[in-house]
Design a protein around this ligand. Structure first.
Ligand SMILES: Cc1ncc(COP(=O)(O)O)c(C=O)c1O
Length: 376
């Protein structure tokens, strides 16, 4: 019996336990300590651009704090990429604001700069200038950041960069997670590196980092007793989780190389299968960590649908997943405005994410290859 091949599973490097043991030895079993400081420094060093990093309990928490720090409030509107995981959009509702969804463009599958500008003009004409833009680098593919940042600057609307899936990706040589006014990383179990659960807010200035740390540790005023002038949250990363993160940072470059190798494998595997397109960087400006490799299947040309392939994989206990269902099609966001055409909808219709873990073995790849060949 073959073992299950996962879409993306945790892949420890070996030194994670060393950092956890240190935390136990020093009794830093708390949401603060040397691993938290060390992990933040490791991330800042990796990202460059003099960023300041706050390690948090989740990427979702980082998005929530980003909205608070940018001053987004009840009944404000926030422009958000529709083609994403729900965690990009949910925090908009945590602050009582309303999401306005923006379609993708076909090159990177990320936010379409034209649809973004159209939405800003229309919302402003309707009397509500949006308060923030949430752009995502889906599956690790960098969005068209020059164009997005130009729109942001033209209209004076800050950008929250959801780089949850894109640690190690770069656009024009600059690391994803360093473009936004505030940026978000995730270390959930399925991400390129994991802390079992966790996230980070990447800040351009120390003031924002300090604010994130303050809010994530219950917003305690500077007093010997417990004094609070603001609502706080329990969002700080634990020193144990951060220990896993420090170990994972030691192998991040290997993990990126392994995921990119998976992408090469799929490019080769589908090269001669008509009607199947492997999601690939649109040009030299884009460097994807290829967190998840994905394909678009044209059923007429290929002679099979993405569902045929998914079910065929399932028969052999191989996990694959349809691409994200756009947020403007989700029942929970049925009332939210949407700007764009049908790019994200068509991607969802015909796209499939393929097993992409950095721990895939040659035998796993052979098994995957056999399933594809049996269908094509
Ligand atoms: C695009 C995107 N944004 C946000 C998140 C939320 O991160 P977390 O699971 O760490 O809360 C995730 C992943 O889970 C994600 O894929």
């Amino acid at each position: 019996m073959n073992s299950k091949i996962w879409l993306s599973s945790p892949h420890m490097g070996g030194n994670e336990l060393k950092y956890i043991h240190e935390a136990f030895d020093q009794n830093w079993v708390a949401p603060l300590g040397p691993n938290v400081d060390g992990f933040e420094k490791d991330l800042a060093r990796f990202l460059g651009e003099n960023v300041n990093v706050a390690a948090l309990s989740a990427g979702t928490a980082a998005l929530h704090l980003a909205l608070i720090i940018l001053g987004v409030k009840q009944d404000d509107e926030v422009l958000c990429q529709s083609f994403t995981f729900s965690a990009s959009a949910n925090p908009i509702t945590y602050v009582g604001a309303k999401p306005v969804f923006i379609d993708s463009e076909p090159d990177t599958w990320n936010m379409c700069p034209e649809a973004l500008e159209e939405a800003i003009k229309d919302r402003t004409a309707k009397g509500k200038k949006p308060k923030a833009i949430i752009v995502v680098h889906l599956y690790g593919m960098p969005a068209k950041m020059d164009e997005i940042m130009a729109v942001s600057e033209k209209y004076g609307i800050p950008v929250i960069e959801d780089a949850a899936e894109a640690l190690g990706s770069a656009y024009k040589g600059q690391k994803c997670g360093t473009f936004g006014d505030l940026s978000v990383l995730s270390f959930n179990g399925n991400k390129i590196i994991t802390t079992s659960g966790g996230g980070a807010l990447v800040c351009r200035n120390l003031e924002h980092k300090n604010k994130a740390v303050f809010l994530s540790t219950q917003a305690r005023d500077n007093a010997p007793h417990y004094q609070h002038s603001e609502i706080g949250y329990n969002y700080r990363m634990s020193n144990i989780s951060a220990g896993i993160g420090r170990g994972q940072m030691e192998v991040l470059n290997d993990r990126i190389a392994a995921r990119r190798k998976n992408h090469e494998f799929y490019t080769e595997l589908f090269r001669n299968i008509e009607g199947v397109t492997v999601f690939t960087e649109p040009g030299a400006d884009f460097y994807s960590n290829h967190w998840l490799s994905a394909v678009i299947i044209d059923p007429v040309t290929a002679g099979f649908t993405r569902e045929d392939l998914r079910l065929k994989f399932l028969e052999d206990d191989i996990e694959s997943r349809p691409l994200w269902k756009p947020m403007h099609l989700q029942p929970v966001f049925a009332d939210a405005p949407y700007y764009g055409k049908k790019v994200a909808e068509e991607l969802f219709e015909n796209g499939l994410c393929l097993p992409s873990g950095s721990n895939l073995t040659d035998e796993d790849r052979e098994r995957i290859g056999r399933v594809v060949e049996s269908l094509a």
